[in-house]
Design a protein. Structure first.
Length: 392
């Protein structure tokens, strides 16, 4: 590694420290955080009211209580719990702690998962030079979305770990393990929609059978504890937030995918039908793309990227998952498509410095939240080009 890249990595580490300090020292980890949403769901189940988990009025009462406010306070706005019901069961232990302590414990949990993800990315890059491996990790750490997710108390890093382990298990032919990680990733299902179709495309019936069995088990446990109707309530609240998302913080203008693009070019009434039509088209494309197991890492990478681009609901923090397909694509390109390799330094520079530049220019909304979208689209194009050339 030459001197310029050493200086660049040093600069990335300084950027990472600048992001990390406020995350690790912030006093209020609840207000406006995703963890407040998770705590709300867990607290409702803790108090034996899980059958009303998706009652938005009840959620508002619990959420206001966690913040020490009244639900009628005009300064309070509900951020609803819209994760699947089994996610609420998993989050219930945190609700036995006070909200502030629970938020700190969840941050520690997220940091441990993040460390595991970095370790696994390092392993994925085992064939790279030591300098390339270092650059991979420092690029992740120097990207604001990594620290933003930790500060917000999201489950994105957990789902990232699940998708990564799912890929490794698929690659190694470990069907039972792949099924476990697939079901685990459903706590945030929008990030696993298209990758979940890969076993069907490849006719891996054992994996499908184990996944269905685990899914039925989860369904039975949830139905026994919370009532079967909670699944219908879950679908109802998803429809509500999908149709009227802005009062609940689901702004189409801040989505890092096709939904944001369509928002600006189609009538409002056509937005969600077109989003779901595109998702259906992506599902059909996934079956075609993954019908072969050749160059599996590239096909998996493209599937994950398309899943992010076509999902109905992808926020800024969710774009962290794109580091997995970026790593897989670079690993393929560096050895088999070196002519495309010149794209990646541009991607690394953009991932590191676009967000600080937008912050310095005071362009925080909406550009400060949707800047990863062009990089995701670039990766889709690079991945598709590499795969097409290989097939040709």
């Amino acid at each position: 590694m030459n001197t310029s890249w050493r200086l660049f990595i040093t600069a990335q580490l300084l950027v990472a420290i600048a992001y990390a300090l406020p995350v690790l020292t912030i006093a209020d980890r609840l207000t406006g955080s995703d963890f407040l949403i998770y705590y709300t769901g867990g607290a409702i189940v803790r108090d034996g009211q899980g059958s009303s988990l998706y009652d938005l009025n009840l959620q508002k009462v619990y959420q206001a209580k966690a913040l020490g406010l009244e639900s009628s306070d005009p300064s309070f706005g509900l951020f609803p719990f819209i994760n699947p019901p089994h996610a609420a069961l998993l989050l219930t232990p945190f609700a036995y702690l006070s909200p502030k302590v629970a938020a700190s414990v969840f941050l520690a949990f997220d940091c441990l998962i993040a460390a595991w993800v970095l370790y696994r990315l390092w392993q994925l890059a085992a064939r790279w030079s030591r300098g390339e491996q270092m650059l991979l990790l420092t690029t992740v750490l120097a990207t604001e979305v990594f620290w933003y997710g930790l500060a917000l108390g999201t489950m994105t890093v957990l789902v990232f770990a699940c998708v990564l382990e799912y890929y490794l298990a698929l690659r190694e032919g470990r069907d039972a393990r792949a099924a476990i990680w697939l079901i685990a990733a459903t706590v945030k299902p929008q990030l696993i929609l298209l990758p979940a179709l890969i076993p069907f495309a490849q006719r891996r019936w054992r994996l499908i059978g184990v996944a269905i069995g685990l899914g039925v088990l989860v369904d039975l446990i949830v139905s026994f504890v919370l009532g079967f109707h909670v699944w219908l309530d879950y679908l109802r609240v998803l429809r509500e937030v999908s149709a009227h998302g802005e009062p609940y913080g689901a702004f189409s203008t801040l989505m890092n995918n096709l939904r944001m693009i369509l928002y600006w070019i189609v009538p409002p009434q056509a937005l969600m039908p077109l989003v779901y039509l595109a998702l259906f088209t992506g599902a059909v494309g996934t079956f075609w793309l993954c019908r072969s197991s050749r160059e599996f890492e590239l096909r998996f990478a493209l599937t994950v990227l398309l899943g992010l681009f076509l999902a109905p609901y992808v926020h800024y923090q969710d774009t962290l998952v794109a580091f997995l397909p970026a790593t897989l694509t670079y690993d393929f390109v560096r050895s088999k498509r070196p002519k495309i390799l010149s794209v990646f330094p541009v991607v690394v520079l953009a991932a590191t410095f676009v967000r600080p530049a937008l912050f310095a220019a005071r362009q925080n909304r909406p550009l400060g939240w949707i800047w990863p979208l062009p990089l995701i689209m670039i990766l889709v194009i690079v991945c598709a080009m590499a795969l097409r050339r290989k097939e040709n």
